[in-house]
Design a protein around this ligand. Structure first.
Ligand SMILES: C[S@@+](CC[C@H](N)C(=O)[O-])C[C@H]1O[C@@H](n2cnc3c(N)ncnc32)[C@H](O)[C@@H]1O
Length: 439
């Protein structure tokens, strides 16, 4: 039994040992598995680590490379930035300086603006005073007699030795009647006033001379402004001119004004060609109104034959002329003489030098002269064609109206000579005209 117990206990003990061994084996296996897994994890971690190390090394290399590369860029960039900065600072300084300057200027111009407005005010006051003085002077002028009307009137008084107020009044009253007589002659169909009469010449001077000095400067201005009109009047030196049927020479007085008065740098060398001599009237004009102008006088008949029309060396004078004027005399010739007149006018055109200009002016109210203008234009077109440039207003309704000359009329002349009639000295006069230039 004992043996059995021993055997059984041995078996039990063996079983327990086997069980324990099994358990230990099981545990061992479990641990081995865990160890394996642990090793595997370690291997993974190691490979990750190695990978990470590699990456780190790569990054650090990369970092090194970037560092070594980026440094010069940064340095040059910094350099660039600093020079840019310097430039901008300079610009800023300059801008600032400019601002300072502008502010200063603004202050100065502000003060000069107020100065200017003060000056302006001062000037307007001066202007107002000047106007006042002008009005005063005009009044004085009326009294002192220094307008062209005063000059003419005083010259006539001096010639006639008229001194007292009473004599003047009487003389002007008489001259008014003479002037009316002359005016009536002009109204007639066919007229030829006796210009040798001294009283006609005096009346003509006072009534027509100044208004009739207007058309020439007017037309010259108008033609000179027309760039395609080929007239070439000299700008300096001497202007040679011929005046047909010019009477006492209002055209010459107008030309002198056009050229800038007696102080102008251009001299007029003039020929006066007229059938009448006008001694008395011309003496007054050339002694008192045109003292510096030298003239040559020719007795010429517009409707005469070649020798009567251009006597002596007047032909040469016409050929040398820059300007030829025929004003207010064609209407005095009568239709019967048209043929000769047209021939003589054509003769002038033939003799004209290139660049010279011929001006024909007539009062618009004389209808016969309008026909003459038409015929003359027709002949010129036919005979001279394109070698002439022709301008003009030859129809009565197109005529130009020229206002009277701006000259102060002496009180006594207004009161006893003009009175309140429709004098040319106060009313506009209508003219027809033609201008012919040789190309
Ligand atoms: C009304 S006055 C014009 C004067 C000046 N041309 C003017 O515009 O005041 C007419 C002039 O033509 C002149 N006359 C008249 N018939 C003439 C003729 N056949 N030949 C030359 N001149 C003439 C007269 O002697 C007079 O001087």
């Amino acid at each position: 039994m004992l043996d059995l117990i021993v055997v059984v206990s041995s078996i039990v003990a063996l079983l327990i040992i086997i069980y324990k061994f099994k358990q230990a084996h099981q545990h061992n296996k479990h641990l081995t598995d865990e160890l394996k897994q642990e090793r595997q994890r370690n291997a993974n971690i190691e490979s990750d680590l190695a990978h990470a190390n590699q990456k780190m090394e790569h990054i650090s290399n990369e970092l090194e490379r970037v560092k070594s590369n980026s440094l010069p860029i940064r340095e040059s960039r910094e350099e660039h930035l600093s020079s840019e900065n310097e430039r901008l600072t300079n610009e800023l300084k300059q801008e600032h300086q400019r601002n300072v300057n502008l502010e200063r200027k603004l202050r100065i111009s502000g003060s000069s603006l107020s100065q200017a407005s003060q000056d302006n005010e001062g000037l307007s006051n001066q202007l107002a005073q000047e106007r006042l003085r002008n009005t005063e002077l005009e009044k004085e002028l009326r009294i002192s007699g220094s307008s062209a009307y005063h000059t003419l009137l005083d010259a006539i008084y001096a010639e006639k030795r008229i001194e007292t107020d009473e004599q003047r009044q009487k003389f002007l009253g008489h001259l008014r009647k003479v002037s009316e007589e002359l005016g009536k002659e002009y109204q007639a169909q066919c007229f030829s006033p006796d210009y040798s009469r001294q009283d006609y010449q005096e009346a003509y001077l006072l009534r027509y001379f100044l208004p009739y000095s207007q058309p020439i400067p007017y037309l010259l201005n108008r033609l000179i402004l027309k760039k395609d009109f080929p007239c070439q009047l000299p700008q300096d030196g001497t202007l040679t001119a011929s005046f047909f049927g010019c009477g006492p020479g209002p055209e010459l007085y107008g030309l002198m004004h056009y050229l800038g008065g007696s102080q102008s740098g251009i001299n007029i060398s003039a020929a006066m060609l007229d059938i009448a001599t006008w001694e008395h009237g011309r003496k007054i004009v050339f002694e008192h109104l045109l003292p510096r102008v030298k003239v040559r006088e020719f007795k010429s008949n517009l409707v005469g034959n070649a020798r009567d029309f251009l006597p002596d060396d007047s032909e040469k004078w016409v050929s040398n002329s820059d300007l030829i004027v025929i004003q207010h005399c064609l209407n005095e010739q009568g239709n019967a003489r048209d043929k000769q007149l047209l021939e003589n006018l054509e003769q002038i055109v033939r003799k004209m030098k290139p660049g010279a200009v011929m001006l024909i002016v007539e009062r618009a109210k004389y209808l016969d002269t309008k026909d003459l203008f038409g015929k003359f234009r027709y002949e010129l077109d036919k005979k001279f064609g394109n070698s002439l440039a022709i301008e003009g207003l030859i129809k009565k309704r197109d005529g130009i109206e020229i206002k009277p000359i701006l000259e102060v009329i002496p009180k006594e002349l207004a009161a006893y000579f003009f009175m309140e009639d429709s004098s040319n000295s106060v009313n506009p006069v209508k003219f027809i005209w033609m201008a012919i230039a040789k190309k």
